[in-house]
Design a protein around this ligand. Sequence first.
Ligand code: PMV
Length: 319
Amino acid sequence: MPAITASSPGKVILFGEHAVVYERPAIAVPVAQVKTKVTILAEPLKSPGSVLIESPAIGLHADLDTLPADDPLALAIHHTQAALNVDHLPAMTIRITSSIPVAAGLGSGASVSVALTRALAAFLGNPLPDEKVSLIAYQVEKKHHGNPSGIDNTVITYAQPIFFTRGQPFELIPVAEPFTLIIADSGIKSPTILAVADVRKCWLENQVFYESLFDKIGVITQQARRFISNGPCHLLGPLMTANQDLLKQIGVSCPELDFLITTALDAGALGAKLSGSGRGGNMIALVAPDLAGAVSAALIQAGATNTLITQVLPSKSNC
Ligand code: PMV
């Protein structure tokens, strides 16, 4: 049997992180420059049920039945088995590689769940529809991120720009014209669960203030959606910077991210903000394509450990 492979991208949140946990809309786009790849090989000479998982990036080389029940990889596998009514797995080796930095706001966890679920379902001869893949990735996120909105698993499963409101059907956003983003890593690892829990604590202490911040972010996100769909996309820049001001008030920025954001703006970016849960991880800047190299160099000079330049491209229907 030939090896089965599935890949999935990373993601950035353009607008609305944190507010999305409180039912305000958010916008996320896939990032194809980073990805997870899962390859599954049949092992006909091994006994049925022998499932070896190799993930060199995290130093993992283990049999499935030695992993704790709440391990994210074990959870994705067990949810996939349940969705397909497969009680016993044939012998296999699962290889996972990923270029998505962990705990950096680029969706590494959801990307692994999506690629693993897709690869395993295909290996078992029964590919799952996107809706089911996304749901399985969400179930894994729930175990590890406390109270996830569901935006990560959705944008990574569908690999297209999405407008997402918790508890409502998400929408694919048509993109009117290409725009260029720089993604810069602060190098600070920041687990989503901690930032989300801190915001919850502050919200409980001062609901009126926090609700007003979330409302303002919701308005910005709605405006951004119109610029993405109808243009002009350069007007997304000031909206990103306005969203960042509100994220600072929420308390999820940090001096290192603030410095990278100021650096990007000083180097000519049209707008900039943190992306994801904040307190570290990545920031994003909207740039004119001809300035991308200069802004990226300025960010590295300012301490970014890595930068990526990515283009959000018009939807096929608009070409
Ligand atoms: O840090 P990330 O990329 O997992 O993004 C978290 C986004 C939040 O809005 C802070 C949480 C959520 O579940 O939407």
